[in-house]
Design a protein around this ligand. Structure first.
Ligand SMILES: [Zn+2]
Ligand SMILES: [Zn+2]
Length: 169
């Protein structure tokens, strides 16, 4: 299977569907099309996706976050399987490149990653500015993880900083 620069562990964190691939009819490793933000895509298997038969539509909002080699970096992200976002594609950017998505984390994942630190403080310290600006009570958000709220975790490829985006149903 192809290694993706911007997405670690495809098999664990991508959303698969039982619907057959709209290009080849295979039912193996078919990606759910709804996350592509592309009205032409219903389902695509990983093989067809690797052959660039389908792409994710990347918004201007995300494109404009990149300063250098924007076209190359956006193309790489267009052909990266999408995160199963609850609201909208909010792929994180750091050091002028898209970050690597490392997974959807539960409270116990944060507890492990926090090591000796207070896990709620650790969680708060890596929240993206957008999420942080919406938080009234960090404990309420923390308690809602895995229930009404998902935490999507990214890692900067250059400086290794972690950034978390929370989205709620
Ligand atoms: Zn296919
Ligand atoms: Zn960075």
């Amino acid at each position: 299977m192809k290694k993706y620069k911007y997405f670690r562990n495809i098999k664990d964190f991508v959303e698969f569907t039982n619907e057959p691939c709209q290009f080849c009819g295979s039912t193996e490793d078919c990606l759910e099309g709804i996350y592509f933000d592309n009205p032409e895509i219903n389902t695509v298997c990983l093989k067809c996706f690797e052959q660039e038969k389908a792409k994710v539509i990347i918004s201007d909002y995300l494109r404009n976050k990149i300063k250098s080699d924007m076209t190359i970096k956006v193309k790489e992200l267009e052909y990266t399987p999408p995160v199963p976002w609850i609201q909208y594609n909010d792929w994180q950017v750091c050091c002028d490149d898209f970050c690597q998505f490392i997974g959807e984390w539960t409270r116990s994942d944060f507890e492990t990653a926090a090591e000796s630190e207070n896990p709620i403080e650790f969680f708060k310290s890596i929240l993206c500015t957008q999420t942080l600006s919406l938080v009234d009570d960090i404990n309420v958000l923390w308690e809602d993880l895995g229930k009404g709220t998902a935490a999507f975790v990214f890692r900067c490829i250059k400086c290794d900083k972690k950034i978390v985006v929370c989205q709620s149903y």
